[in-house]
Design a protein around this ligand. Structure first.
Ligand code: ADP
Ligand code: MG
Length: 295
């Protein structure tokens, strides 16, 4: 299973005075089971790209292949594509509309043609995955906290059992606890359910800890695509695009500039802690920087 984006361009308002290139010649292959962070500052084309991945927008040029088949081919079922590729929109709580949580989450599977009973079974399973127990079922979605609303929205997509889950800025507007909860949930869905996940964010700090691959967008173009380590080596270029690398990248480079040989590929605070402790122990063993302050 793979989604291949080939030389994709998207122009909003084509042939009008408002013509705007949102995507330029984007090539991207998403493989089964990947956990990808799609990063870029506001207006870089992330949402436009995600909407192409489940057929909500039509490319101005280029192609998208789903399992080797063009989604623009005549007779291709967009409905089927959307049941395989689930998209949680930015601020998804704006799309909650049913009278209670359970009914809201049932909407997707019922739309897929499942019976009320089957849809409810799917909804219960999806809500359990997002950590919402039975006590939420009959509550109005509008009475929930921001983080809970977002869980309901994610459950609504999970209930359709997608193979690929795309979350557009799922932490936007949440407090730090809500943000960590949602990111933890997404990481679990990838690790435990084996889902292919695309996590869209404008914050490197948010995604660096979780994803195995980072795709960086700038002005509608894909500019970097690799492991977080590979991408953060370009931290100066990222900064020029208004995308700071995680704080720890700067700490590591500052230490190196002062002659302390920590690995420049460190991307998390935990890795930095271990590397600094190892260096400290080594130095202590040799008497350098030890308690006797010989160096
Ligand atoms: P991001 O999600 O990275 O913030 P978007 O994909 O929303 O970026 O936007 C990419 C570019 O396309 C921006 O310049 C934005 O103003 C423009 N754009 C987005 N949606 C529309 C739209 N519906 N009509 C016209 N222009 C749009
Ligand atoms: Mg966006």
């Amino acid at each position: 299973m793979a989604i291949e984006v080939k030389n994709l361009c998207h122009i909003y308002g084509q042939d009008t005075i408002f013509e705007q290139y949102a995507l330029k010649n984007v090539d991207l292959t998403i493989r089964d089971g990947e956990f990808i962070g799609l990063i870029g500052h506001t207006g870089s084309g992330k949402s436009t790209l995600t909407q192409h991945l489940n057929g909500l927008l039509k490319a101005s040029s280029g192609d998208i292949l789903y399992n080797g088949e063009s989604i623009y081919r005549e007779g291709f079922s967009m409905k089927e594509l959307r049941s395989h590729v689930g998209l949680v929109f930015q601020y998804p709580e704006h799309q909650l509309f049913e009278v209670d949580v359970l009914t809201d989450v049932c909407f997707g599977p019922k739309n897929q043609g499942l019976s009320q009973e089957e849809a409810e079974a799917r909804a219960r399973e999806a809500l359990a995955l997002t950590g919402l127990d039975e006590s939420f079922y009959k509550q109005s979605p509008f009475e929930l906290s921001g983080g809970q609303k977002r869980r309901v929205a994610i459950a609504g997509v999970l209930a359709m059992k997608p193979e690929v889950l795309i979350l557009d800025e799922p932490t936007a507007g949440l407090d730090p606890k809500g943000r960590d909860d949602i990111l933890g949930l997404v990481a679990r869905l990838h690790a435990e359910q084996g889902m292919t996940v695309i996590l869209v964010s404008h914050s490197m700090e948010d995604v660096a800890r979780y994803v195995s691959r980072l795709v960086v967008m700038n002005h509608g173009e894909k500019v970097f695509d690799g492991t977080p380590r590979e991408v953060f080596r370009h931290y100066k270029e990222l900064e020029a695009m208004g995308l700071a690398a995680p704080q720890i990248t700067y700490v590591v480079h500052a230490l190196r500039e002062r002659g302390i040989p920590v690995d420049e590929d460190i991307t998390t605070v935990e890795e930095a802690r271990d590397a600094i402790l190892a260096l400290w122990k080594k130095a202590k063993g040799t008497g350098c920087c030890g308690e006797d302050k010989t160096c």
